[in-house]
Design a binder for this molecule. Structure first.
Ligand code: ATP
Length: 271
């Protein structure tokens, strides 16, 4: 199943400090851990199922999914739901069964289903008997009945196309919506990326990561997602590289003013 690319181990050392904002989700995750996964029932708690994280692309859904592995010190398996569907009758179910078995064999573990809507969008509640609805039924039954401590993280850009059964209370422990970052969150995201990249800069920077500078950059980036803020940092550093000097606030300022975030492009299209 590894050879087919359906399931892969995700090895990374990402931790919560690499993520700006998303405080509610981080808090929720920090209150839980490996032993909750293994012994929730001893405390009279329902057995853990997982979280569904949805929202705007580029805001850190994948980032936070990867970082749970480091936080809880558990292996993380990424399931490519699109690849489950093999085209050969019966094989898709077999693929799903094997993926589940693998996650259970290494439990306690985390199973990350990225872009879950790719596999399950548009399935109606009665089910049309097609492959996707059978796999969906198989997945829901497993979620409902699973005894092994496998924590599911499902990420989705758009949950409106997901079957309502998946969103019903009791399926996931919690559903989080990740929105465009607020001013405060943009400051945090700038801090994460500037710290990381300025450290690598060999030239002693003139740029200082002061609250004052971060506040200003956050003001210039309303409507930007985390991935776009990272791009602003990279483009700003490139301005300095191009002139073979250390980076200045004015480099980032220039880039911010020229950059048109996707949220603005989309709003223009709707008008
Ligand atoms: P998609 O749905 O398009 O996969 P996503 O919400 O999963 O998007 P990520 O893949 O996590 O977004 O983000 C892309 C990159 O943008 C990250 O690798 C990271 O460098 C940067 N980024 C996004 N959000 C944040 C954040 N909150 N803090 C720090 N960096 C961020």
């Amino acid at each position: 199943i590894k050879k087919t690319g359906i399931l892969e181990f995700v090895n990374n050392e990402l931790n919560m400090e690499d993520i700006g904002g998303l405080e509610n989700l981080k808090r929720w995750l920090r209150k839980r851990n490996k032993s909750w996964l293994e012994s929730a029932q001893l405390y009279g708690l329902p057995s853990p199922k997982g979280v569904l994280i949805t929202g705007v692309p580029g805001c850190g859904k994948s980032l936070i999914s990867k970082s749970i592995s480091e936080m809880w010190q558990l292996p993380l398996l990424r399931l490519d739901i699109g690849k489950i569907f093999s085209g050969i009758v019966g094989s898709s179910e077999e693929n799903m069964r094997k993926a589940i078995q693998t996650a259970e064999a290494i439990a306690p573990s985390i199973l990350w289903i990225d872009e879950i809507e790719k596999g399950f969008s548009g399935i109606n509640s009665t089910g049309d008997g097609g492959t996707s609805s059978r796999i969906f039924g198989q997945f829901l039954t497993w979620m409902q009945e699973k005894e092994k401590p496998v924590f599911v993280i499902a990420t989705a850009n758009n949950i409106s196309s997901l079957p309502p059964e998946m969103l019903r209370k009791g399926r996931f422990d919690e559903i989080f919506f990740v929105d465009l970052p607020t001013h405060r969150e943009r400051i945090d995201i700038f801090r994460v990326h500037l710290k990381k990249r300025l450290k690598a800069q060999e030239v002693i920077g003139e740029f200082d990561i002061s609250d004052y500078n971060l506040e200003y950059l956050a003001e210039l980036t309303e409507g930007f997602v985390g991935a776009e803020i990272e791009q602003v940092v990279i483009n700003g550093l490139f301005e300095a590289y191009y002139e073979d000097r250390s980076v200045r606030l004015s480099d980032f300022e220039k880039v911010c003013k020229q950059f048109i975030p996707l949220s603005v492009t989309q709003a223009e299209q709707i008008k």
